[in-house]
Design a protein around this ligand. Structure first.
Ligand code: NAD
Length: 276
């Protein structure tokens, strides 16, 4: 099973399909991530605030997989934004992960009310120069937040990780980012199970036509548009199924029918309003 590689604007590559661990119980994380690695995932997405970086790190160490075959992302939590607080926050994440560098470090939320994401980004540029993270990016950034980084700093983020699923397709934000060389990563790619995505005729019909599950159809919808994603599951069967998506292809008509489900349905927090 070959996962496509996407080239980032800094020349590095990322596997387009990975495994995310939001809300994976810290006590279960090592076992679940070990299963994902056994199944073949090589791209892992965690965050300091998930509280499970140690488990991710233990699974990596136990796997024996060469470090350069893995792509590990973690994220800076909001309370650590700032020129002085960012470097120790990455050092603490690396300590918990048992790694000497991550592949991608993200500002988790812009928190425009704090007005610290520009100085935080400048600290990120320095962390990348020091080799503590190979690539740097952002998450939950809207167009004005990205524009400020372009205007006030020298580095365009490699990715913007945003809520993205068929009912919330974020076409405008994706197009803006991509026009500046920013790759889009989808969080909540399956809608976090918060609406009946799998029961939609466009999804269920394509699943029946290809003899696959609705979740596999939605994952293909992302992949065929060049979106990077890392669906989360705690069940081995689903973790395996979510990776077994390279044996079929959606037609243009099937993609268009799923595109038509977009109705601006945000299931997570609004980045403008988020104050956590
Ligand atoms: P998701 O859309 O991946 O949904 C996960 C839910 O879908 C799980 O509860 C699981 O029960 C269900 N599911 C998974 N596979 C399934 C299958 N095959 N069949 C049926 N149901 C299935 O949502 P997510 O976990 O929030 O997003 C994925 C990853 O994105 C996270 O784990 C995390 O790494 C990242 N994330 C980032 C942010 C951010 O602010 N940057 C926010 C949320 C999530």
């Amino acid at each position: 099973m070959t996962v496509p590689q996407i080239t980032l604007n800094d020349g590095r590559t990322i596997q387009q399909l990975g495994f995310g661990v939001f809300k994976v119980d810290p006590a279960e994380t090592e076992r679940i991530v070990s299963e994902a690695l056994e199944i073949g995932y090589r791209h892992l997405d965690t965050a300091a605030v998930y509280g499970n970086e140690e488990g991710v790190g233990r699974a990596i160490a136990a796997s024996g997989i060469p470090r350069d075959e893995l792509f590990v992302t973690t994220k800076l939590w909001n309370t650590e934004q700032g020129a002085d607080t960012t470097p120790p926050a990455l050092a603490a994440s690396l300590d918990r992960l048992g790694l000497d560098h991550v592949d991608l470090y993200l500002i988790h939320w812009p928190r425009p009310d704090l007005d610290r994401y520009v100085q935080t980004w400048q600290a990120f540029e320095q962390l990348r120069a020091e080799g503590l993270t190979r690539s740097i990016g952002v998450s939950n950034f809207h167009r004005p937040h990205l524009q400020r980084l372009f205007d006030e700093t020298g580095t365009v983020p490699a990715v913007n990780q945003i809520e993205l699923h068929p009912a919330f397709a974020q076409r405008e934000l994706r197009a803006f980012g991509e026009s500046h060389g920013i790759r889009t990563e989808a969080w909540g790619p399956l809608g976090q199970g918060k609406y009946d995505l799998f029961g939609e005729a466009a999804v269920a019909g394509a699943a029946a036509a290809h003899g696959v599950t609705p979740a596999q159809v939605v994952i293909r919808w992302h992949l065929q548009q060049g979106i990077i994603l890392f669906p989360k599951s705690a069940s081995r069967e689903r973790i395996a199924a979510n990776f077994d998506v390279f044996g079929f292809e959606l037609s243009d008509a099937e993609i268009a029918a799923i595109d038509a489900l977009d109705r601006g349905l945000r299931v997570g927090a609004d980045p403008e309003a988020a104050v956590f």
